[in-house]
Design a binder for this molecule. Sequence first.
Ligand code: SF4
Ligand code: SF4
Length: 333
Amino acid sequence: MSTPNNLPIKIYRTDDTVELSIIWEIFNKCNYNCSYCFSYGHHDKKINVTLEHAICFIDRIVDHYMAKLNYKKIIISITGGEPTIWKDLVPLCEYAYSKNIYVGITSNGSAPIIFWEKHSHFFDFICLSYHPEHCSPVDFVEKYKVICAQKNTVLPAARIMMHRQHNYWERSIKVYEMIKQLANYQVECVAIQKKCTNNTWLFIPYESETMNDFIKNTKFEFHLSDHLIFRPPEALFNHKLLRQNYNIEKLIPNDLINEHSNKFTNWSCHIGLEQLFINASGEIYRATCLQGDLVGLLKNCKDIPFPSQPIICKKEFCHCTSDISISKSTHID
Ligand code: SF4
Ligand code: SF4
């Protein structure tokens, strides 16, 4: 928990960390319908993206960030909706790889086992989110184990959505406990935040102190007892956090949210330089927080004026773990 003298004052990336992270909400269609879903509400769910536009955008990234700015490490983090329902997901990944771009995925894990058997090796990170309204604890953990058992695959991270309703909360707790009995795992418990107007997010306390304490005190956990069976992950997300008391620690963004230290108003922030966000409508922004102007449109990918300067944050909260990871500091740089 943050106290006045250990508040964050700087977040920065280490040399081996990705220089550009592209968060791509590829579409908002999903086979689940979670009550807390923030993917454009529950109406207007469709697949707008085309493989042609996606490839054109990747070519622009290669031209601008790799060829002109000499970036070496770029990752596309594919999210949704549920990305695995898109027929062109695999061709998109193949194209990105052909350009030396890393690809990660956030999925609800519902794709059939054969999908994971054939394609798990594609991804440089796999984030498997647990949604208790739609999946039993046993089914989720079984799928997690299937992915862990694939050859040449990174250790997946389980992101457990901590539902506010008691019966679903219990299911999430069950998943948390079952995952922690495995020999190898990464797991974190994610508080459900409330999306307000103007893309602002609020942490609303849970109904019981027990739940609130669990959220505050449960940190990201990583356990690897069999190093040989997993592809060692690249050091893609090695960000550091400097606190007011000069302590430096590895940044775990979800832990900052859970301790309510995700407030960077008036900080200088490198979105657009280290991050881009594409929403389900094909609009390109600097980050999921939508700070700064619209950068461009996927369908007009040949005409995207990529940002060249950091911006000053005007948001009260930085809600998204990817946004939190972007370099930022209390000083203008
Ligand atoms: S799985 Fe994710 S994208 Fe799908 S409905 Fe649930 S929260 Fe929304
Ligand atoms: S809300 Fe946006 S601009 Fe503000 S700190 Fe987070 S990523 Fe940066």
